[in-house]
Design a protein around this ligand. Structure first.
Ligand code: CU
Length: 139
């Protein structure tokens, strides 16, 4: 095969992979101090969140099932979320996602409302209180 032929095959392969990306789950970006997820809803069943820390500090990614607003989760004395508090049901989490790194979290989600947040407390900075939370819907 000619050099151009090889290049063409590689390019097409990359395009196929990119279009197959529809199968992969929501993408999550963590930074100071936001959690953004695209798309903001998925169908029920197994979902893999592709989490990337695009910020400059270590973050974590916590998934809870709750009907509460993302800003109204129960908190402990230090202001971080009480993951065993009333009104929320812990699903799963990834701890210690260092700056610039990525991690995947696969969970089996039933229909309902969820909140995605970071529960790091770094010195006196409570990431949740700084705004690291967002709502997520499973249909
Ligand atoms: Cu954080």
């Amino acid at each position: 095969m000619s050099r151009w032929g090889v290049a063409l095959v590689l390019t097409c392969g990359a395009l196929v992979l990119a279009s197959c990306g529809g199968d992969s789950g929501p993408k999550v970006e963590l930074s100071e101090y936001t959690v953004s997820v695209t798309p903001e809803s998925v169908d029920s069943g197994e979902t893999t969140f592709a989490v990337e820390n695009v910020g400059g500090e270590t973050h974590e990614f916590v998934v809870v099932k709750t009907d509460l607003d993302s800003a109204d989760l129960p908190t402990t004395d230090d202001g971080s979320v009480d993951e065993e508090g009333s009104g929320i049901e812990a699903v799963d989490e990834i701890e210690d996602i260092t700056d610039g790194s990525s991690a995947d979290l696969t969970v089996d989600l039933e229909t309902g409302s969820y909140v995605l947040f970071c529960n790091v407390v770094d010195d006196s900075v409570v990431h949740y209180q700084e705004g690291m939370h967002t709502s997520f819907t499973v249909e």
